[in-house]
Design a protein around this ligand. Structure first.
Ligand SMILES: Cc1cc2nc3c(=O)[nH]c(=O)nc-3n(C[C@H](O)[C@H](O)[C@H](O)COP(=O)(O)OP(=O)(O)OC[C@H]3O[C@@H](n4cnc5c(N)ncnc54)[C@H](O)[C@@H]3O)c2cc1C
Length: 442
């Protein structure tokens, strides 16, 4: 699913990616290739060079460049980033293994004391990569908070590329010419600079455009509406459904920033609202945040917006706090006097915990909006839908011309996976289903 979307959207970016990743194989042929060695040695070198360029490209994929992110969206890019890491790890592992198997004498390169420097750098690069992948897959088992994980991830990534590059340069066989060494070194420095761009240049820009907290209003469902207003500037325009990275009460250079969707109307730029559910360290401190606290925003980001997906009618599916981008979309549609039909299927645990319950009723008067609540633990006198959103519930409420409607869904990952299957069974084309995942890493 992820790969299909990756291949069908932004084909030019994909072509550019494949060209850059395979370019080392072309580069070695230019300027007089050195004498050929046996097949397995050449094969092993090819694996290593392509693996290294894939790892370098990871810095560009994650540098939050808008042009790279827009065709795909953050979640697909990050899933691609994960898949590529595993792919690159396989290539980088096969690089020495194919040598060890075909030329057992090369096993001596594993000696941590007597091996030549080029082999020691290769080992260091590989250990950094193994640790990087392990800490990403088993972050919780390593007891790493999200913030510490990000620091460790960045440092290990620099280690992987720098040690890998030193290994390639010291081996030299295909990088014996000065211009080739220069080119690889520039590539290495450029990609690591991306990290500094994200951590220094961007925060500097944010620092010049601060916001302040206007109020933190408690809402149903252990959630808070956090309202911010720009301080000394006009804020920025965003599309309904997009999100921003929020830094609250800290310098913009601090490592801690969290992504939140705008729940305010995109037609009222300036003051913005985020609807945030209490979940962990950061979100449970929100109730103590005082008006006047300084905040910084990095945004707008994301492609989960009706402005990219025009349709005669919309079906919105929200689970819990997944209502926040959809609330932003509905408020915007109301401000735009949008008269298109909308259906909102909204899953909550209890009736008392339905965030924005009353405002949704009011919005139903201003929009052609039907709201279907699905409660996991309904009250005794509840006559509406209960349990989890499934095929039967969808069949009861989806519009008749369901192939025409665009479906926008946001909620817990497990819910979105199950509802996607139910939507497909209910006859909704998967191309019409747009998702916003709130989980970037487990
Ligand atoms: C595109 C997007 C939009 C989102 N919009 C909303 C929203 O409108 N309302 C809302 O309540 N939540 C939203 N979230 C989720 C929100 O970012 C996390 O719930 C929040 O960061 C949790 O932080 P914590 O320290 O309180 O919880 P923790 O217990 O530390 O983390 C819980 C989980 O949240 C994720 N997380 C934690 N810190 C970060 C971080 N700095 N960056 C990214 N993910 C992190 C991790 O998956 C982690 O396992 C959104 C997430 C994404 C990716």
């Amino acid at each position: 699913m992820v790969l299909t979307k990756f291949f069908t959207r932004g084909a030019l970016w994909l072509l550019a990616y494949v060209t850059v990743v395979l370019s080392p194989l072309l580069l070695v042929q230019i300027g007089g290739a050195p004498p050929r060695r046996d097949f397995w040695t050449e094969f092993s070198v090819a694996l290593g060079l392509v693996g290294l360029s894939m790892l370098m490209m990871q810095f560009i994929i994650t540098a939050r460049f808008r042009k790279v992110a827009v065709p795909y969206g953050l979640d697909i890019l990050l899933q691609f980033h994960r898949l590529i890491s595993i792919g690159a790890l396989c290539l980088v592992l096969l690089h020495p293994i194919s040598l060890f198997v075909t030329r057992p004498e090369t096993l001596a390169l594993l000696d941590p004391i007597n091996a030549p420097a080029r082999a020691k750098f290769a080992q260091l690069s590989l250990y950094c990569l193994l640790l990087l992948v392990a800490t990403s897959i088993w972050r919780r088992a390593f007891r790493l908070s999200y913030e510490w994980w990000r620091i460790v991830h960045g440092l290990l990534a620099i280690g992987v590329v720098m040690f890998g590059l030193l290994h390639a340069l010291l081996v030299g066989h295909y990088l014996d010419l000065f211009w080739k060494q220069f080119l690889w070194t520039v590539m290495g420095i450029t990609v690591v600079t991306m990290l500094f761009y994200v951590r220094l240049i961007k925060p500097f820009r944010m620092w010049r455009r601060p916001y302040e907290v206007v109020e933190v209003e408690p809402l149903r469902g252990d959630s808070y509406a956090v309202r911010l207003r720009p301080k000394g500037h006009d804020g920025f325009a965003y599309k309904p459904g997009q999100f921003a990275w929020l830094t609250l009460g800290n310098s913009p250079f601090a490592i801690e920033e969290h992504p939140f969707s705008f729940s305010s109307s995109a037609e009222r730029p300036g003051e913005v609202e985020f609807t945030i559910k209490e979940l962990g360290d950061f979100t449970s401190q929100l109730k103590h945040v005082e008006p006047g606290t300084t905040a910084y925003l990095d945004g707008p980001r994301g492609i989960f917006t009706i402005d990219r997906v025009t349709a005669p009618e919309y079906v919105f599916i929200a689970g819990g706090i997944g209502i926040s981008p959809i609330m932003g979309i509905l408020r915007t549609m109301a401000d735009r006097n949008d008269s298109r039909d909308c259906l909102l299927i909204y899953a909550s645990k209890t009736w008392d915990g339905v965030t924005y319950r009353e405002e949704l009723e009011q919005l139903s008067d201003r929009l052609n909006l039907r709201v279907v609540h699905v409660l996991e633990e309904p009250p005794d006198d509840w006559e509406g839908e209960s349990g989890f959103i499934n095929e039967e519930i969808l069949n009861r409420h989806l519009p008749k011309d369901r192939e025409e409607a665009e479906v926008m869904m946001c909620g817990p990952g497990a819910m979105m996976d199950a509802v996607q299957v139910a939507l497909e069974k209910a006859g909704v084309p998967m191309d019409n289903v747009h998702l916003e995942y709130f989980t970037l890493i487990e």
